[in-house]
Design a protein. Structure first.
Length: 295
């Protein structure tokens, strides 16, 4: 078997719940040696989140936790105790990367902030992720991805005009952020290899979430258009075959019908003469659209 690309890279993982553990699990899958640090006094949230093996609630039976922490070692430290902080600092001396996802200021309270870590290991790479970054007027606002989907605008863009917003399923912003974080850590490792210097990476999950709404943000600043869910479904159009006059377009709503393999009503709706043109689909009766979805 060939050598994994990140073999030899060591990570002290103080993060918890979603974005941090997902990021370090990606690195572990490519050979990095990850030691996950938890507290036995305050179990990680995902350890008590279903589904559980055998339908029995237990801190060691959560599939959710296992999925985000595969290929890692684990240890427990009560970082409110001075001796535990000393052990954590020894772990930092061993590591190439330190990961954490607490509210800004928590690691510094334990003497484990970036300014503390560089005194222990000058070339350390520290990866911090929270809702709105380590600095600024909103840095101290603690939240999870389930709140951030609303702050970033995803909740406003979902549902029907005559109903309350529905929001995407779960903490959606936990999904895109680890891709940005993983890329940043890999870049930091390359930077250290070339320069011998470490760096503090600050991933604001709010900012990574906004990247997934980039066309709507651009439309607002360029044209003043305020998006909403129904407008998006009707106007987000994808270019296909170019013609002499302009590109043919196919509406996102027709893409939706292609995914409805077991829904005859939806398939027949896509093939109706009146719905083949994007302009017609744009104004397709909302009531009938709901019927297609529920068929």
């Amino acid at each position: 078997m060939g050598k994994n690309i990140l073999e030899g890279i060591k990570i002290a993982d103080f993060s918890w719940v979603g974005v941090g553990p997902i990021t370090t699990s990606y690195l572990a899958q490519y050979g990095a040696e990850v030691v996950r640090v938890e507290s036995s006094k305050r179990p990680e949230l995902l350890r008590v989140t279903p589904p559980f093996r055998g339908n029995t609630t237990h801190v060691n039976k959560s599939a959710y936790f296992a999925n985000f922490n595969v290929n890692k070692y684990g240890m427990c430290l009560n970082l409110n105790h001075p001796k535990a902080c000393e052990i954590a600092k020894r772990l930092v001396m061993w590591a190439d990367v330190v990961a954490e996802s607490f509210t800004p200021g928590v690691m510094a309270k334990w003497g484990l902030g970036y300014s503390d870590l560089v005194k222990i290991k000058p070339d350390i790479i520290m990866f911090s992720t929270c809702q709105q970054g380590q600095t600024g007027p909103h840095a101290s606002l603690a939240a999870l991805g389930t709140q951030l989907v609303s702050l970033a605008g995803f909740t406003y863009l979902t549902g029907w005009p005559d109903r309350p917003p529905t929001g995407p399923y779960g903490p959606y912003t936990d999904i895109p952020a680890p891709y940005f974080a993983t890329t940043a850590i890999l870049a930091a490792l390359r930077h250290r290899r070339k320069t011998g210097r470490g760096i503090h990476i600050d991933i604001a999950q709010f900012e990574t979430a906004i990247q997934f709404l980039a066309p709507l943000v651009l439309d607002y600043f360029a044209n003043g258009t305020v998006a909403n869910g129904w407008v998006i479904g009707a106007t987000m159009l994808l270019p296909t075959e170019p013609s002499a006059a302009k590109a043919k377009i196919v509406g996102a709503l027709s893409l939706f019908t292609l995914m409805m393999n077991g829904k005859p009503c939806a398939r027949s709706w896509a093939n109706q003469d009146g719905q083949k043109a994007a302009s017609s689909r744009r104004y397709f009766p909302e009531k009938e659209m709901r019927m297609s979805w529920n068929s």
